[in-house]
Write a protein that binds this ligand. Sequence first.
Ligand code: SAM
Length: 232
Amino acid sequence: MVNENNPGSFGSSRGLSKKPKKDKTRKSSSTRWIGRQLNDPYVLETQKRGYKSRAAFKLLQINEKYKFLHQGLTVVDLGCAPGGWLQIASQEVGSIGGKETVVGVDLLPTDDIAGCISILGDISEKSIGDKLINILGCKPNIVLSDMAANTTGHRKTDHIRTTYLVETALDFAIENLEKNGVFLAKCFKGGAEIESLSLMRKYFTKVNHIKPDASRKESVEGYVIALGFKGI
Ligand SMILES: C[S@@+](CC[C@H](N)C(=O)[O-])C[C@H]1O[C@@H](n2cnc3c(N)ncnc32)[C@H](O)[C@@H]1O
């Protein structure tokens, strides 16, 4: 059941214990993944609410804590496919005079989401960042990045790739954010790298790490939120 005050929380799912059907041709890692999906209350709730992804709950929960998404604000979402964060952002900020106030980009196609415009592209290319700002028509108040690189299983390589994406998103945020804006990015569980953190502390008044409940305990992901952009 949806909790109206905390839409990122819902009734308990205790007692659930579904097992994947036996299939000898399947790898054991796939069987474990299916088992997790079957017993994950967020997966069920994602389907019930019609969210494009389970990740929607992460943004809902982070926003419940920091309350930074408000009506009338503009948002850029980096790594937006399939569109769960776009749905939450658009629901929270609404539109101004019928114009979309949430724009996103991804390497992969994103589903159509009411109130949002998404483009295909790689945010590490400057022209793609410029295109997002052109579409929005103003500086964003909020830059979100849930970008993730394909994992290789090699911890150090994955860490380096994630770090690069955080740096890319942060550069975009510093170049484009409206004063007093907010930057939220997925990073490695150990936290953002020292260099990115010191940039965030230089340009924002408050920087915190957060691991929302919807982020699986065993996952190496975490988030960093930087509030109160001071401008360049
Ligand atoms: C975890 S998914 C995002 C889920 C999304 N927040 C949602 O709620 O549906 C991460 C996305 O980052 C995208 N991505 C990774 N590197 C990127 C890049 N350089 N430019 C744009 N998107 C990127 C991936 O293609 C992937 O779709």
